[in-house]
Structure formats: structure tokens, C-alpha cells
Design a protein around this ligand. Structure first.
Ligand SMILES: Cc1cc2nc3c(=O)[nH]c(=O)nc-3n(C[C@H](O)[C@H](O)[C@H](O)COP(=O)(O)OP(=O)(O)OC[C@H]3O[C@@H](n4cnc5c(N)ncnc54)[C@H](O)[C@@H]3O)c2cc1C
Length: 699
């Protein structure tokens, strides 16, 4: 969608005519949502937008501006109606004795809004990130000093004293502190950190050995000051864990020469993040802290979905974290005020439709066929083979949206009445989004020169082996990519509750929390959506959960019964989780028999009103994302170099787009998908200029 939006901008003067071929009835892929019984929102999983998603927010701001909805008739008329700042977050911490103790943090709002004019956005270098990391350590140590009973920094503290600014004086300052072993107090450590911050921000003009030696002494000194205090104080322990991880990042950047390395953070992508942090001095306690667990959980970073094998490439994880914490604008997270389909893909469809983009729903790509090889020429796509899953009555254009109280939304199932033989297709239970349902009404072949000139391939990475056999067979890079860039299935659960969160025992405001138990390690309070829906029973709270799902074997995945089996498994997971685990977050949601099933509100037509006990779960929503294209793209260590760039010229008339590509972020998230779409557009039209894609700082 990002590529389509870019290529149809007015400045191209209609040069590109686009058709989007989309399986099923809705846009959005892993971000697609629908309206189910009682107009309830049904997502693939919980989706939060981060405050550093500069490109994604810019796209949506432009989209809403062009849409020009009337706020009097549509409640989501402006991008600010669609996305609301959300700064209250938590990680599911555990005390040394093993009790759950969520660490709740309100992150301060930062200046600006994501997507503000590009020239105002700071370009971050590795040196900038490290300098900010050192500043963070300094701030946290000062706060710890106060908490541990030390004096608050005042006018006489090191922070307010003038300090050397010339390179020679700073190097001399560092040598002096090292020589005399003067790092015995918090004050001296904080002063040392100030010197270090200047030194790292200035880049390579200081002898690397000196800075590294200095860093190691500072880390050692900070450790001996704090480690003795943390056993008795959970707050200090958490601060220490962040300090310890930050010190390891600084040390790793210095040791691996990342500031001057042409690949920047990507130079360490062969390490797993935890492994790299330990290698650079982080303690076992810190790398297993709630904060790091949440980092893995939020990225579903478990190879084959196996929670005993957490793995994420160090460069991707470290850069992603530093970008998340230091470069967000407005808020750390932004929450959508309706389903992702409704606030993102419906407006995009409307604007693109107005611009003349054609949408061919119910078209499933089956194969990308290459032309025969000709010596000296780049191979190219000759045809696209598609299954037509359904035809629209009278050959009309399918109208995909429904009206929910004035808001155009996607339904959770197609509008059968628009389809030829719709009632029959419905009765037969056609599942247009299922990889296992291959029923179709026709086949269609699009030919180069006649039906298209250029292709942007936007399927999820898991679908590539199924539709790109030719591309994989003919090109080693594609073969490597298909082999190494892996994905995992995920599971999601949504609950509608008759009691508010306080009554259920969560005494703070609406929160996003990760790092909790499997099978559902992440929970977001989505109560703000109550007004969007019309449940049969009054709803006081809405909760979304999601998590990785262990992978199936190839034999299991080959069976037609596979998706239903996994859905049953996810339901069993939900029952177990609610009976056993949720009590640690919602202490009043359970009684001696387990979860109080009667707190579940019946959303609509799924269960009978009389349903009681565990059967009430049937009125809730859960799903497994096991379709190959719906699998979440991982950033495993040692695999990032195998990603293919949308700018890759291997195939003459084909560009790829998606979060699994080499797009400057290489993480499974909305921002990566948008960056990739912008690059795909660039590969065709040289627009947008690469320097306008924020965060695309590849050499
Ligand atoms: C459970 C879950 C939670 C997530 N939470 C977040 C979050 O909080 N924040 C965040 O930023 N990201 C989140 N993500 C990641 C985010 O959803 C993805 O990064 C993003 O959707 C990727 O977009 P994409 O265009 O690359 O791929 P997709 O979204 O997978 O889109 C692929 C498109 O190709 C279509 N397609 C596939 N195969 C065919 C075919 N054969 N023929 C025709 N069309 C086809 C699909 O229908 C879809 O339209 C989450 C993902 C999951 C699974």
C-alpha cells in the first residue's frame, strides 16, 4: 500500500497505473482486521504503533489529509483521531523470590509528532545513540544515588561544574581518573560519564583504547557501587539492570568499532542479542531481566516458535531499542482508535481508489513465472498466475467496506451478496484467506507487456516458497533468502469483560505489558475501543493478548486439518492461561475454582446467552496466524544479510516489498513494511529520494 500510495502521488502525473491483486476480501495482511458479531473488532493480533515510526506516520498523515473526511459525520476524520499517544507501559518483572511484580513506567512525552516535516527530524548516527546511552546511564545513576540515600545533585554537583571541552583536556581528564583510581563514589562516576559522553559523541578522535579502558573502569565502579544495594530494593535492581545493559551496549560499540564500521549496527547481526550483551559484560541477571524478555516477546523472537530458543540479531535488536527509546516523537506508543483495518487500510483504500488504483479482490497469486533466460539480459517476470477465488455479480467492482456508525470499516467476512453464487460459497464455508482452501472459480494469467510492465511482490515472507518457485530456482540470492529468512506462527486472544480493570484487580491505568508468561506473554488494555462496538452485554473492559506459537512439523502443516487443530490448541492455551496465570495481573479475576468465566461479556451471536463456565470463552475471539503469509518475519542472528532489498536488480521488472526485506530496519513491524514499500516505489520511479526515507541509512 505504501508503494501504491507513493507511485500514484500527483507529482507522477498519472505515469503509473496500478492494480492491486489481493486474496480474499480485505487489505492489510497481518494488519488486517474485521468487524464481527456486535461490530466487535477482530484483529490478527494486538498492534501498537511506535513513536519512531516516522515513515508510517507520514504516510497516514498524508492519507488522512487527502481523504479530507468531515469530522461532523465521521468520528475518525484526522490522523490524530486515528492514533492517540500512549505512554503508560510495563514489563512483567519478577522479584528475586519469583513473584510477579509489573514494572510500570510512564515514559515522558517527547517533542514533536511522528511524521512531522522531515527536515526537522534528527538523523541519528551510532555516535549519537551511544552518547545518549551514556547520558541515560548518567541520569539513572544520579537517580539511584538519591534513592540509595545519597545527596540529590545540587549546584555543587559535577553536572553543574564546568568541564573540559577540548579533545586533549578530555583525554587528560579520562587518564587522570584512571591513573588515580578515583572512581570510588557516585559523584566521580557521574563525572566520568560526562567525559565519556563527550568522547563518544565526538567519534574517533580519541584513542579507542583509552575510551574502552575508561568505559571498563566506569562500568566496574558503577557495578561495585550498585550491586550491593539491589538485593533489597526492586526499583534499584531494575535501574541497575538497565544501567548494566546500557554499559554493555557502550562497551560493545567501542570494542566492535561500530561507530566507524561501514555497516554500523548491522556489523553485529551474526550474534544473538543476549549473547552479544553478555560478551560485552552484561550480567546473566540483566540479560534475563523483564526488560530483555519483553524485547524478545514483542518481536516474537523465538526460533521455530520454541520459547526455549529466544534469538534475535544483536544489531537489529540494539538499534531497534535505541531508536524506540531515543527517537520517539510525541509518545513511545500510539494506540489506534479502531481496528487497524479501519484506521489504516480503509483510508488507504479510499484514497488509492480515488487516485485511480484498481483493486482486484479474490485473486490469489499462485505463481510468478519467469521468462526464458536470454544471454546477457537480466531475467524478468513473464507472467503472473492467479486463482480467481470468486467473481463479483455482473462483473462489477467489489465494494469492500461496511458502515459502522459513520466509519467505513472492513467486515470479518466477505459480503457474499456481491458474489456470484455467494450464498452457495458461504454455505460451502469457503475460506478465502486460508492457505489450505484452494477452491476457485477460474484461473487467470497476467502477461508482461499486455497486462503489466512491472511487478511489486508484497506477499508475506512465509508465502515466498509457495509462489516464487521459479525465482528461487534461478537465483542463488533468492535461494539463500528463502532458506534463511524464517518466520513463525503467532496466536492472539481478545476478551470483552463485564467488569472494569480495577474491579478485576489491576489498579493502574490502561497499560501495555510484555514479558509475561507463555502462552500469552503480552497484554494490551484496549478498553478505549468499547465505544466503537455494540456488544450484546455491557462491556467495561477489553483486553488483547498475543504471543508466538510453536511451529508445526511439515507433515502437520501439510494436512487440511492443520489450521483448525492449531485453533483448538490456542483455545486450550487460553483456558489454561486464564485459569492459572492471569491472576498475577488481575488478582480479582479468579476465585478458588479458577478464572471467573462469568466476567466475560457475550459480544454477539457466537455463544448462547445461557452459556456458562468455560463455554463463555466461545463468545470471545481468538485466532492463530498459521497461513504462510501471516507468519511473523523473524530477524534471526546470521540471517539479516540474506534479506533481499526492494532495490535488488536480480529480476528486471520485479521489486519486493514487505517487512522481511532488507529495508534499513529489517524488523517485523509496520515501519519496516512502509520503508520497504517506499524503497520499492523508489526502485521504479526514483522517488521518494532515499534520503527522505527516515532511518534508511544504508551506505
Ligand atoms: C500477531 C501480530 C502482532 C503484531 N503486532 C505488531 C505491532 O504491535 N506493531 C507493529 O508495528 N507490527 C506488528 N506486527 C507486524 C506487522 O503486522 C507486520 O510487520 C506487517 O503487517 C507486515 O506487512 P507486510 O506488507 O510486509 O506483510 P503482510 O501484512 O503479511 O501483507 C501481505 C499481503 O499480501 C497478501 N497476500 C499474501 N499471499 C498472497 C497471494 N498468494 N495472493 C494475493 N495476495 C497475497 C496478503 O493478503 C496481504 O495483503 C504484528 C504481527 C503479528 C502477526
Amino acid at each position: 500500500m505504501a508503494a501504491a500510495f507513493e507511485l500514484t502521488k500527483p507529482e507522477h502525473k498519472g505515469k503509473y497505473r496500478l492494480t492491486v491483486y489481493q486474496l480474499g476480501w480485505r487489505l492489510g495482511g497481518k494488519g488486517a482486521s474485521g468487524r464481527g458479531p456486535g461490530n466487535r473488532i477482530e484483529e490478527h493480533g494486538l498492534h501498537l504503533w511506535m513513536g519512531f515510526y516516522e515513515n508510517a506516520f507520514r504516510l497516514m498523515r498524508e492519507c488522512y489529509a487527502e481523504l479530507a473526511r468531515d469530522p461532523k459525520t465521521c468520528r475518525i476524520a484526522d490522523w490524530r483521531d486515528a492514533f492517540v499517544p500512549d505512554n503508560f507501559n510495563a514489563v512483567a518483572d519478577r522479584t528475586p523470590s519469583g513473584a510477579w511484580l509489573p514494572w510500570k513506567v510512564t515514559l515522558p512525552p517527547l517533542a514533536g509528532q511522528p511524521g512531522d516535516a522531515i527536515e526537522k527530524a534528527q538523523r541519528w548516527t551510532v555516535a549519537d545513540y551511544v552518547s545518549r546511552t551514556v547520558l541515560l546511564i548518567q541520569t539513572l545513576l544520579e537517580a539511584s544515588q538519591v534513592r540509595a540515600g545519597g545527596a540529590a545533585p545540587d549546584a555543587s554537583s559535577s553536572r553543574s561544574r564546568p568541564y573540559p571541552t577540548t579533545p586533549d583536556a578530555i583525554a587528560e581528564g579520562m587518564s587522570r581518573l584512571l591513573r588515580y583510581g578515583q572512581l570510588g563514589t557516585f559523584g566521580a562516576i557521574v563525572e566520568a560519564l560526562r567525559l565519556m559522553q563527550v568522547a563518544v559523541a565526538a567519534g574517533p578522535q580519541y584513542p579507542e583504547n583509552l575510551v574502552l579502558q575508561f568505559q571498563e573502569s566506569v562500568a566496574q565502579a558503577a557495578r561495585s557501587q550498585l550491586e550491593a544495594l539491589i538485593e533489597k530494593d526492586d526499583e534499584l535492581r531494575r535501574v541497575w539492570e538497565i544501567v548494566d545493559l546500557s554499559l554493555a551496549i557502550v562497551r560493545g560499540v567501542l570494542r566492535h568499532g561500530i561507530m566507524t564500521h561501514p555497516q554500523g549496527f548491522d556489523a553485529i547481526n551474526d550474534y544473538d542479542c543476549r549473547e552479544w550483551l553478555v560478551l560485552n559484560g552484561a550480567s546473566e541477571r540483566s540479560v534475563n531481566s523483564a526488560f530483555v524478555r519483553a524485547l524478545y516477546d514483542l518481536a516474537f523472537a523465538y526460533e521455530d516458535g520454541d520459547v526455549s530458543r529466544p534469538r534475535v540479531a544483536a544489531g537489529i535488536a540494539v538499534r531497534g531499542s535505541l531508536r524506540s527509546f531515543f527517537t520517539y516523537r510525541g509518545a513511545f506508543f500510539w494506540k489506534m482508535q479502531s481496528g487497524m483495518g479501519d484506521v489504516v487500510f480503509a483510508p488507504l483504500w479510499e484514497v488509492l481508489r480515488r487516485r485511480g488504483v484498481r483493486f482486484e479482490f479474490f485473486h490469489r497469486l499462485e505463481n510468478v513465472r519467469l521468462a526464458d533466460a536470454v544471454d546477457g539480459e537480466s531475467p524478468s517476470v513473464e507472467s503472473l498466475e492467479l486463482d480467481v477465488q470468486a467473481s463479483v455479480t455482473g462483473g462489477a467492482e467489489y465494494q469492500p467496506l461496511i458502515d459502522v456508525g459513520g466509519l467505513p470499516c472492513w467486515p470479518s467476512e466477505p459480503d457474499w451478496s456481491q458474489l456470484v453464487d455467494g450464498p452457495r460459497l458461504k454455505q460451502e464455508g469457503r475460506d478465502f484467506e486460508s492457505h489450505w482452501d484452494h477452491r476457485q472459480v477460474a484461473k487467470k494469467t497476467l502477461r508482461v507487456g499486455t497486462d503489466f510492465d512491472l511487478v511489486i511482490l508484497g506477499v508475506g515472507v512465509g508465502a515466498i516458497p509457495h509462489v516464487c518457485q521459479d525465482l528461487i530456482a534461478r537465483n542463488e540470492r533468492w535461494r539463500d533468502m528463502a532458506q534463511h529468512v524464517k518466520s513463525v506462527p503467532t496466536q492472539a486472544l481478545q476478551l470483552w469483560l463485564k467488569e472494569d480493570m480495577k474491579t478485576l484487580g489491576w489498579n493502574d491505568g490502561p497499560v501495555n505489558i510484555s514479558g509475561f508468561v507463555e502462552p500469552f506473554d503480552t497484554w494490551a488494555d484496549m478498553t478505549h475501543l468499547v465505544a466503537e462496538e455494540n456488544c450484546r452485554e455491557p462491556v467495561r473492559a477489553i483486553a488483547y493478548f498475543c504471543s508466538v506459537l510453536p511451529d508445526g512439523t511439515p507433515v502437520q502443516m501439510g494436512a487440511a486439518s492443520y489450521p483448525e487443530e492449531r485453533r483448538t490448541e490456542a483455545k486450550e492455551n487460553a483456558v489454561r492461561f486464564l485459569n492459572k496465570d492471569i491472576v498475577h495481573l488481575w488478582p480479582k479475576a479468579a476465585d478458588s475454582a479458577g478464572f471467573r468465566w462469568d466476567v466475560l461479556a457475550d459480544a454477539g451471536a457466537v455463544s448462547t446467552p445461557a452459556a456458562a463456565g468455560e463455554a463463555r470463552l466461545d463468545g470471545q475471539y481468538w485466532r492463530v496466524n498459521v497461513n504462510p503469509t501471516d507468519r511473523y518475519a523473524l530477524s534471526l542472528p546470521g540471517t539479516i544479510r540474506y534479506r533481499i532489498s526492494p532495490l535488488d536488480p536480480s529480476y528486471d521488472n520485479l521489486s519486493v516489498a514487505g517487512d522481511w526485506t532488507d529495508c534499513g530496519l529489517s524488523q517485523g513491524c509496520v515501519e519496516a513494511a512502509v520503508m520497504s514499500g517506499l524503497l520499492a516505489a523508489h526502485s521504479i520511479s526514483q522517488s521518494p529520494p532515499l534520503e527522505e526515507i527516515v532511518g534508511y541509512d544504508h551506505p
